[in-house]
Design a protein around this ligand. Structure first.
Ligand code: SF4
Length: 486
């Protein structure tokens, strides 16, 4: 029996691109290593280079490696030595069920009349099915089930003689979320959707440039942070330097609020802000909004740690590690006779009886999705002797599905879409339950004019009219599982 997957919402990709740097394949590998939290199902690297000429700004030969699994298990020194060239792109991926096929592993590489192209995508296109139907009806043959392949065909079919115009043509036809790293023989392109839903940052190492999903990847390769790629912006990096343009009308940033709540690494800076500081702030405001009388504040590791720190600071109640996480379980196989309903959670988390026994405790986590894992964790805490459990969640109730590249259950499986707070408290067997308010979330994220967030999974207010897009799609496309996501 395979352990049940975590019930956390899952980010579905991380991207990296390198231009003008020796050993680009190794730099992309290290960048992806830092971005592994954004996708563990599969990874790929495509470099452009020529082992004979070693020219820094061009690369006519493609070197490709793609595999399922974690980077440490799927890429070794021999692979890295074969990834020649000074430029390229890479991708880590988490796929929805049914999408874990080798054809869906990115980057996708393809040939155009202007030369080869490789593309890596984080996000989800809401009109991919419609575009795919049109393209297939006019002769395009798709190789994968990924929405990202739509970009491949749109770029390849554009009539423009200039690659940047071809990319612009493609971007003007798609809706939804995308942060893209695109490599050609002579340039690296970085593009972000007009709402800026998913992150993408630009860095510099010596005379070369890198683009990555999060700044934690820049830190690992010794790159300095230059700036975020802006919503709707396309940046072109070539031997002529860096240029930027906006192929579509500019819109206000609607960054995914789940990036600071959960997805992004706490050591990353996104839009100039420390994720760790934002998470602590979420915990501080949660403590103000939902206080409780208790002896200790316990985080659910790792996602609840920074919020619990903030809660403890604001409330004056000491923080203690009442749950210890085993970081090494991976995809552990267990015997069916060991598979009691709480065993999967106990493999990951072990309660510390000396911290919990006889105490009133506040347990802090970042979010509540299905609620099944939370119920099991609270049972562990109770079983270790906790006298009262006050469960606090550092985000509002999740009531809607995501259409922008995050794997969320359908609404009927979202606990807060089906039950009110007191019903949830009773299901979880907590003595009290508190969620951060919508206003508290906005305050913690410092929302203001020009810097707003998508909060659609909390309030159903999508930054784009996803339902209009979906209504225009073929009938099997009625839901967020429309495509396996990038
Ligand atoms: Fe992020 Fe939720 Fe918006 Fe999806 S719906 S982009 S997870 S805030």
């Amino acid at each position: 029996m395979v352990l049940p997957q975590s019930e956390k919402m899952r980010e579905e990709c991380g991207v990296a691109g390198v231009f003008g740097l020796k050993d680009a394949g190794r730099l992309i590998y290290l960048s992806l290593f830092a971005l592994q939290h954004r996708g563990q199902e599969a990874s790929g690297i495509v470099t452009f280079g020529d082992p004979l000429t070693q020219a820094p700004h061009t690369g006519r030969r493609l070197h490709i490696h793609k595999a399922f699994g974690l980077l440490v298990d799927s890429i070794d020194e021999g692979v890295l030595n074969r990834l020649h060239g000074h430029m390229g792109v890479g991708h880590v991926r988490y796929s929805t069920s049914g999408g874990a096929i080798v054809e869906n592993i990115q980057p996708f590489q393809f040939k155009t009349v202007l030369g080869p192209v490789a593309i890596a995508h984080n996000g989800n296109l809401t009109n991919a099915k419609k575009i795919r139907g049109v393209l297939e009806s006019t002769g395009s043959v798709f190789q994968s089930t990924s929405d990202t392949e739509v970009f491949v065909h749109l770029i390849a079919r554009s009539q423009s003689k200039v690659m940047r115009e071809r990319i612009g043509d493609a971007l003007r036809q798609v809706s939804g979320a995308y942060s893209l790293a695109i490599a050609t023989e002579t340039a690296l392109y970085a593009a972000r959707d007009p709402s800026g839903l998913r992150p993408l940052v630009l860095g510099k190492v010596g005379a070369g440039f890198v683009v990555v999903s999060e700044t934690c990847a820049l830190d690992l390769i010794g790159a300095s942070f230059v700036r975020d790629i802006m919503p709707g912006e396309v940046v072109e990096i070539s031997e002529n330097g860096l240029s930027s343009w906006y192929p579509q009308e500019r819109q206000e940033l609607r960054f995914c609020s789940f990036e600071p709540i959960y997805f992004a690494r706490p050591d990353s800076l996104l839009h100039g802000e420390s994720i760790y500081i934002r998470r602590r702030k979420l915990g501080e405001i949660l403590a103000k909004e939902c206080p409780a009388d208790a002896a200790v504040v316990i985080p659910i590791p790792d996602s609840g740690v920074a919020m619990a720190e903030g809660f403890a600071k604001e409330s004056g109640i000491p923080l203690a590690m009442g749950l210890v996480r085993n970081h090494y379980i991976g995809r552990t196989f267990i015997e069916p006779n060991q598979a009691d309903r709480d065993f999967g959670v106990r493999l990951k988390l072990n309660p510390v009886r000396s911290v919990l026994d006889g105490k009133k405790v506040i347990v802090v986590d970042d979010s509540l999705v299905r609620g099944t894992t939370a119920a099991r964790i609270l049972r562990l805490v109770r079983g270790a002797g906790a006298r009262e459990i006050h469960f606090r969640i550092g985000s509002p109730p999740i009531t809607h599905s995501c259409y922008f590249g995050v794997d969320t259950p359908e609404r009927e499986n979202l606990m807060a879409a089906q039950h009110d707070v007191d019903q949830i408290r009773r299901i979880l067997e907590a003595d009290s339950l508190g969620f951060l308010s919508h206003d508290g979330l906005r305050k913690a994220l410092d929302e203001k004019p020009g810097k707003s967030y998508c909060m659609a999974c909390f309030n159903g207010s999508y930054p784009q009219d996803v339902f209009a897009e979906i209504k225009q799609q073929p009938t099997d496309a009625q839901g967020p599982g429309l495509f396996s996501r990038a």
